[in-house]
Design a protein around this ligand. Structure first.
Ligand SMILES: [Zn+2]
Length: 94
């Protein structure tokens, strides 16, 4: 994951196992507290709707079009590609 500071983060387990869905139940929030150096470049995984027991946690990867791969998330709103919704129109136009 690319942070706003330009640094890259390789998530550790269990966060690294959060899969993509086009209709996710979680989002990642960026946190950077300028007054507390220990709170710089932090990412938070937060639910965005109620989650049923046993339901898999998911996020929308929002990858750029040049990194898109086919999506098989099974969501009724699946875009067909793991890609930023704003770049869906660019997929396959190389
Ligand atoms: Zn999908």
């Amino acid at each position: 994951m690319e942070l706003q500071s330009g640094r890259l983060l390789e998530p550790a387990p269990p966060f690294r196992f959060v899969n993509h869905k086009c209709d996710p139940n979680c989002e990642i929030f960026y946190w950077d507290d300028a007054d507390d150096p220990s709170q710089k470049d932090r990412l938070w995984l937060q639910t965005i709707r109620p989650i049923a027991p046993g339901e898999e946690l998911s996020i929308d990867y929002c990858w750029p079009a040049d990194a898109a791969i086919p999506c098989r998330c099974g969501s009724s709103t699946c875009r067909g590609w793991i890609v930023d919704p704003d770049e869906l129109h660019l997929v396959g136009k190389d």
